[in-house]
Design a protein around this ligand. Structure first.
Ligand code: FE2
Length: 249
């Protein structure tokens, strides 16, 4: 098994296409997406259409926000939610297309378990909304609670847009510290796969991992950020959402 795990595409089709063509080259046999296909970015419909071919699509907090209420969103993120919602309802879509989109969103599960591996968007404790930040390693009580909620040895998450490995010993292993590889073993770990379309770890390249059941490989893909910004500018989305792509912050 060679499975690609991606997350947080955030309607950035330019980044998604770059990652998908890399995955073709990598000859993966399945793609799991941990949520936030939409939100923030300019091409939600196109990204949802591509996601439909993935073997798994989990519910992210941005899908939850368009389906229900935007809870815990700041004003900028909320305005992007409203714009995204409109894009999925516009008159140029047929009734069937709209039904397909909204059924696809509504059918997304919040968590997925396969053997000893848990897949979520946020955290094992709160699958769509809780963030596990790198700074949380200074909060051992929180990390302990997270791992207590994680019944499986390994979990994969997204949501913070920062790739790396959290261990039960309150460590965060940045991919560069571990040669971009981590072997899952006896101890519990939470692996963040980073973000395809809006990285926030200082590296503007799209992030994904490949998991073969034992080894997790961390990968980054350079994409045409200028083109992505140009597509933002065809929409009324806030300029800051586009410009943050340049530095990956
Ligand atoms: Fe996200």
């Amino acid at each position: 098994m060679r499975r690609a795990i991606i997350s947080d595409i955030h309607a950035n089709l330019v980044a998604l296409e770059a990652v998908l063509s890399e995955l073709e080259r990598q000859e993966v046999d399945s793609i799991y997406c941990l949520g936030d296909v939409i939100g923030y970015g300019p091409q939600p419909r196109e990204c949802l259409a591509k996601s439909r071919s993935f073997e798994l699509n989990l519910l992210g907090n941005h899908e939850e926000a368009v389906l229900y209420e935007p809870i815990g969103f700041n004003a900028r993120a909320k305005s992007a939610v409203d714009w995204t919602k409109d894009q999925l309802r516009v008159a140029e879509l047929t009734q069937d297309e709209k039904r397909e989109i909204w059924n696809f969103l509504g059918d997304m599960p919040a968590r997925h378990v396969e053997g000893d591996v848990l897949y979520v968007h946020g955290s094992p404790r709160d699958p769509t909304r809780e963030y596990v930040f790198v700074s949380d390693i200074r909060n051992p009580a929180k990390i302990a609670e997270i791992f207590e909620a994680q019944e499986q040895r390994t979990s994969f998450a997204g949501h913070t847009h920062t790739a790396g490995v959290f261990t039960e010993d309150c460590e965060f292993l940045h991919p560069s510290q571990i040669g971009n590889r981590y072997q899952v073993g006896e101890r519990k770990v939470l692996i963040n796969v980073g973000s395809v379309g809006q990285p926030r770890d200082g590296d503007p390249r799209g992030s994904y991992v490949i998991f073969d059941g034992e080894i997790v490989e961390f990968h980054r893909v350079k994409y045409d950020v200028e083109e992505a910004i140009r597509r933002f500018r065809e929409t009324p989305l806030p300029e800051e959402l586009a410009l943050r792509l340049i530095e990956g912050r």
